[in-house]
Write a protein that binds this ligand. Structure first.
Ligand code: NAG
Ligand code: NAG
Ligand code: NAG
Ligand code: NAG
Ligand code: NAG
Length: 456
């Protein structure tokens, strides 16, 4: 894409454009029939805290103070007691304000104490009323206000119980269920790093489905995953990047899976002008993002430790052959138990996928293998234990892993392993050797799979 076009579409700030209703349900974990199926979207409700009620309570408290002041002027002999009363009311106001500013400390508040104090105010006002010979509309009002405040406090407590505490507990329960569900789905306990198998025999149903962090289904071009060779101190870093076009402008990093699910990134990297990427087959490996630079066309990496960019031209890689679902996908990065790879089609191979091993130290190509998978017919490809697997569109919302190429034996195989998709199109599919899972960016949604190997 020409640079001028890139400039017309500057980096978007995260926009909350559209929010599907199901995304805000408290979540669901279902089990069905023979196979176990996890289709989970678990969210903490964002704003269940009844801020408007607290605001009202604050207003009421302020009104109370004014009224009490008026009463003070009238009832001089009660001054001493009223001073204390006023100080207590002020303290209450401060605490109510605190409720509003930090919902977290709110659940730790002692509602019983609040209620006792309100009862004391009520008694005080009764005393004041009794001491007056004629009934005072002011004091009657004060009495009602305090009574109302008690009701509000009780309601707040109900809100707390129903909306905050309970949803947090439910959230934790759901997450545990989800984990159990995912564990059960791993038919065979994953044997991380072990390549003593004869390849993939099947792939689970999709296990993580969530709309991207921008909450924008229009962000169809992107990717997500987990660092496949994490550095010390960043063991479970997850990443995400997306845009409404194949252009690559930014990446978000999350310290772990939970943070990704909660859309709470610890850092964000915007690619500076001239460093933008395209195609979406990037991965994070060794705290470094490997992606395809747009202009000039080359493979690029951004070292997140040093913030240094490096580039390498791959002269053979053609800009004519892309995967089925998206333009511009010329370089497809992949990491497995054997290291880092990049796949591209060449003119020489007439559009067939060529596998290249990347030497991480020099950022150069170590070796190359030409497969017989014609790239434009493939949806995507990924490496597992030095074996390339190619997928192609199957029946509705199903992708078929149909071809493999072993770089060690140069052996090709044909197969038919179904891969259920959530949406039809996807732009980033890769394997992660640290958890033996497949990660897919499925038309704006995060989708992942467990992989089952044929153990020898
Ligand atoms: C969870 O699934 C069950 C069964 O399909 C359904 O009745 C229930 O409404 C779902 N709950 C949520 C929160 O999606
Ligand atoms: C209330 O009335 C009694 C007698 O009628 C009087 O002695 C007292 O001072 C009054 N109190 C007030 C606060 O006006
Ligand atoms: C106190 O509560 C009653 C009943 O809900 C309501 O009619 C009244 O307006 C409230 N008073 C104030 C000052 O908010
Ligand atoms: C691979 O698995 C087979 C069968 O379990 C076992 O006999 C063999 O020793 C294993 N090889 C390695 C290198 O672990
Ligand atoms: C990234 O930078 C750090 C610090 O300079 C260096 O130790 C590391 O080897 C680099 N990693 C890659 C993949 O270039």
């Amino acid at each position: 894409m020409p640079l001028t076009l890139l400039l017309l579409f500057p980096m978007l700030s995260p926009a909350l454009a559209w929010l599907p209703v199901e995304d805000w349900e408290s979540g669901n974990v279902t089990t069905s029939g023979g196979g176990l199926e996890c289709v989970c979207s678990v969210f903490l409700p964002d704003s269940s805290f009844p801020a408007n009620r607290v605001q009202h309570m604050q207003q009421v408290t302020t009104d109370l103070r004014l009224e009490v002041q008026i009463q003070i002027n009238k009832l001089v002999h009660y001054e001493g007691k009223l001073d204390i009363f006023l100080a207590e009311l002020k303290d209450l106001t401060v605490r109510v304000a605190m409720l509003e500013s930090s919902p977290d400390s709110y659940i730790k508040l002692d509602f019983e104490l609040l209620r006792i104090e309100l009862r004391e105010f009520e008694a005080l006002v009764s005393q004041l009323k009794d001491s007056l010979n004629s009934s005072s509309p002011m004091l009657d009002g004060l009495y009602t206000e305090i009574h109302n405040m008690t009701i509000i406090v009780n309601q707040l407590e109900t809100f707390d119980k129903n909306n905050l505490e309970v949803s947090r507990i439910e959230f934790a329960k759901l997450q545990r269920k989800l984990e159990e569900c995912q564990k059960e789905q791993e038919w065979i306990k994953p044997d991380i790093g072990n390549c003593n198998h004869t390849g993939i025999v099947s792939v689970s149903k999709p296990t993580v489905i969530q709309l991207n962090a921008h909450l924008n289904p229009g962000y169809q071009y992107g990717g997500w995953g987990k660092d496949s060779k994490p550095v010390r101190g960043h063991e479970s870093v997850h990443w995400y990047g997306a845009y409404s076009r194949p252009s690559v402008y930014e990446f978000y990093l999350y310290s772990n899976y939970d943070k990704l699910i909660q859309r709470s990134s610890f850092t964000h990297h915007g690619l500076p002008q001239g460093y933008e990427g395209t195609g979406n087959n990037y991965v994070v490996h060794g705290n470094t993002i490997y992606y395809q630079a747009a202009n000039p066309f080359r493979m690029s990496k951004l070292n997140l430790t040093s913030s240094v960019y490096s580039h390498r031209q791959i002269t053979k890689a053609s800009e004519r052959f892309t995967y089925t679902y998206s333009p511009n996908q010329y370089l497809d990065f992949s990491a497995d138990e054997k290291g880092l790879w990049v796949m591209y089609a060449t003119e020489e191979a007439m559009g067939k996928i060529v596998i290249a091993k990347i030497d991480e130290k020099s950022f150069g190509i170590e070796d190359e293998w030409t497969t017989s998978a014609f790239k434009p017919l493939a949806g995507n490809a990924f490496m597992v234990c030095g074996v390339m697997y190619a997928a192609r569109p199957g029946a509705l919302n199903t992708e078929e892993i149909y071809y493999s190429y072993d770089t060690k034996t140069r052996e090709e195989k044909h197969m038919s392993i179904p891969l259920q998709k959530f949406q039809e199109r996807f732009v980033n599919l890769h394997y992660n050797p640290t958890d033996q899972r497949l990660y897919m960016y499925n038309d704006g949604y995060y989708v992942s799979y467990n992989v089952r190997f044929n153990r020898k």
